[in-house]
Design a protein around this ligand. Structure first.
Ligand SMILES: Cc1cc2nc3c(=O)[nH]c(=O)nc-3n(C[C@H](O)[C@H](O)[C@H](O)COP(=O)(O)OP(=O)(O)OC[C@H]3O[C@@H](n4cnc5c(N)ncnc54)[C@H](O)[C@@H]3O)c2cc1C
Length: 302
């Protein structure tokens, strides 16, 4: 028996490809972000070469009305036009669409343990990359996971000819180096799912602990990173897998700085907040001619 931890990451991706018209340039970058997270919708622009780029919109799976409509190119573009940082990218004078809207789902987080209880469950078989661990592509770490796993496997193969010992060594190193990231990503997906459900639950309120955590992350950590280049570097070391993802937060100097920014309050930190990336859910759905209440009612009845 080979134990696997599997759970849905709770989102679906929709992507459309575009190309700049001859002589046109990418829009100038402003303060309004071309990537963002509105809880009911995540979005991002991905420039490529030869004037090509794609736009990806990511929906929580509870947003069924939006999910059904977004595959229509005119709805996809209407959503993009409602996002101030994305809208200039699809200005018809600048850009033409090159594809239909592609959907991607079945996004599972999956961790496999080939050495349950510290004993090899299979001999002569080493799973690397997505066959060892899968995560939501949102975080862009799948290739890094594969590279770290391959390095761990090479070391295990060099260390001993014994197939059981090789697997135990390989799994132990892969677990030590990759599992902390896997867990952080899985937990971030869980938080995003809770936020998406809350957006569909009228009157839902965070309890005190949740409010404090949210404020610490939004008004403390995020603001401190944007305000202090040293903190940004420290954060990016974990983000880019050069050390444990939360190691930087545990260093007293970094934590003190974050608490300092948090304590200053929103007014003093006003410059560090990103402008809102787009409309609230109700406004967006009404603009698209969709019912903002249909999914709310469906969840209530479920
Ligand atoms: C849309 C999307 C966006 C992503 N974005 C990022 C990103 O920005 N950054 C990042 O790091 N990761 C990203 N990932 C994840 C990343 O692509 C994967 O984690 C990574 O490719 C896994 O590598 P792998 O070698 O395990 O598998 P794969 O890259 O899938 O390679 C497996 C290969 O095996 C081949 N194959 C399958 N069956 C057989 C067979 N029976 N015989 C022979 N060959 C076979 C397949 O054709 C394939 O070439 C993204 C994934 C997706 C789907």
């Amino acid at each position: 028996m080979i134990p696997q931890e599997v759970e849905d990451s709770g989102v679906l991706y929709f992507t459309r490809h575009y190309r700049l018209r001859p002589g046109q340039e990418e829009p100038p970058r402003g303060k309004t972000p071309a990537t963002g997270d509105l809880d009911y919708l995540k979005f991002g622009v991905f420039p490529g070469d030869n004037g090509c780029f794609s736009i990806t919109l990511c929906l929580p799976d509870v947003e069924e009305e939006l999910r059904r409509a977004i595959v229509k190119p005119e709805v996809f573009d209407a959503i993009c036009r409602a996002l101030p940082g994305v809208e200039p990218w699809i200005d018809p004078e600048r850009t033409e669409p090159m594809s239909r809207v592609f959907g991607m789902g079945d996004l599972l987080s999956r961790w496999t343990d080939f050495t349950p209880g510290g004993r090899a469950a299979v001999l002569g078989f080493f799973a690397v990359g997505d066959s060892l661990a899968r995560t939501n592509p949102l975080y862009g770490r799948g290739c890094s996971f594969a590279a770290v796993g391959a390095t761990a496997l090479r070391e295990a193969l060099d260390a001993t000819p014994d197939p059981a010992e090789r697997l135990v060594r390989y799994q132990a190193r892969a677990t030590a180096e990759l599992k902390p990231y896997y867990l952080v990503m899985r937990d971030a997906d869980r938080t995003a799912m809770r936020r998406a459900r809350r957006a569909l639950t009228p009157g839902a309120r965070l309890n005190l602990r949740q409010r404090i955590t949210k404020s610490f992350l939004d008004d403390g950590v995020a603001i401190a990173i944007r305000s202090d280049p040293d903190l940004m570097r420290a954060f990016l070391r974990g983000f880019h897998m050069l050390e444990h993802p939360q190691a930087w937060l545990k260093r007293p100097g970094n934590l003190a700085k974050i608490l300092g920014y948090w304590a200053r309050g929103r007014k003093a930190n006003a410059e560090a907040y990103r402008p809102t990336g787009g409309p609230e859910r109700r406004e967006m759905l009404e603009r698209l001619g969709l019912s903002p209440d249909a999914d709310v009612e469906r969840l209530k009845a479920a």
